[in-house]
Design a protein around this ligand. Sequence first.
Ligand code: HEC
Ligand SMILES: [Cu+2]
Length: 366
Amino acid sequence: MNEANSFYGSASIASLSLYTSVRHRFSFVRNLLYRCIPFVLTAPAFASGKDTSIFAPVSPSADSISSLGIFTLVLTLGIFIVVAGLLTYAIVRYRTRPGDDGSEPPQIFGSTQIELSWTIIPVLIVTVLFLATARVIFAIQDAPKPASALDVTVIGHQFWWEFRYPELNIVTANELHVPVSVAASVTPTFLKLTSADVIHSFWIPRLSGKTDLVPNRINELWMEPRETGLYEGQCAQFCGIEHAKMLLRVYVDTPEQFAAWVRQQQLPATAPATDAAIAGRRQFESQACINCHSVAGTVANGRFGPDLTHLMGRKTIASGAALNTPENLAHWIDNPDHFKTGSLMPSLHLSQSQVEQITAYLTTLN
Ligand code: HEC
Ligand SMILES: [Cu+2]
C-alpha cells in the first residue's frame, strides 16, 4: 500500500514539474530540468521499492519479462539520445545569428540513400523488438509444468479475490499463500484465472506478468518464487468503483510454513467458546451474512463474498482496504462504506450489541 502511495507521489511530482515548467515558458528547458530532478532522483527509489518493483523479479517468468523490459528501455534510450542529440545540434548550430540575411538554406530533395536508411533502420529495430518479445512470450507460455506444481484457481470479484486450491480443498480470499521454490523442492504455482463478474487483471510485478481474468474464460499464469516474503500487487484492470481497493497479497512461505498453513486452512471452523462469541454466531447465522459468506461446518454457505472459515488467518480485510483488527472488523460489519464506499457488501443496520457479538464470533475464526 505504501509503495502504491510513493508511486503516485512520484508521478504527481513529475506532472507538477511539467505543469510549472509550461507556465514559465521563458525558461522552459531550465525549469524542466530543475523540476524533474526530484522525480529523476525518486524514480529509482520507487522502482526498487521492494514489494512491487518490476526491476526486482524473484521468479523466472518475471525475470525474463524484466530483462526484456530493460533491453527495450536501453534500445529506445539509444534512439532517444541519437534523435535528441541531432535535434539539439541542429537547433544550436543553425540558430539565428546577428547579420543573417534571412535566405533559405540549400534544399536537398530526393536522396535515395537517406530515405532508404530511415526506412530500413526502423524496420530492423521493430523486427528485433518483435522477435525478442515473441521469444519471451512463448518461453513463458510453453514452460513445462512439473508434477510437483501447486494448482490454484483465482476468481476475480468486484472488489476482492477468491483463491481456491482444488487439490488441497482450501478456499480463501485476498491473501494467497504459496511455497517457495528451491532446488531441493521445485514447487512452481500454476494459476487458473477467471472472473465472477467483470474483467479484472492479476498482477504481482515481482512474480509474473500481468494476466486478465475474463468471465467465462480461463487464462493461465505461473510463478516460481525463489525468495520467501510478502509480494504485493493490485487489480490492473478498471473493474468498477472500488478497483483501486482491490489489492493482492502473496505470501511466499518456506515449505514448512506452507504445510502448516495448509493444515490450518483444512480444519473446520473453530467452535466459539465465550458467551459473546456463541451469541455472535447465533446472530451471524440469523442474518443475511450466511447468504453471502461461507464458514465451513456451519449453515453459512454463501459464495458471493469471501469465505470466512479462517478469517483471522488473514492480515487484512476487504482486499487490503483495512488491517484485520477487531476494531476494523466491527467498523466493517457496521458499515462497509467506512473503508470501501463502493463495496458490494451492504450495511445491515445492526445494533451496537449485535455488531459487538458478531465481531466476537468472527475473531474466533482462526
Ligand atoms: C449481499 C452479500 C453480503 C452480505 C449480506 C454480507 N456480506 Fe460480508 N462481504 C460481502 C462482500 C462482497 C465482501 C467483499 C467486499 C470487498 O472486499 O469489496 C464482504 C466482505 C466481508 C468481510 C471481509 C472478509 C475479508 O476477508 O476481506 C467480512 C468480515 C464480512 N464480509 C462479514 C460479514 C458479516 C458479519 C455479515 C452479516 C452481518 C456480512 N458480511 C454480510 C458480501 C456480503
Ligand atoms: Cu478488479
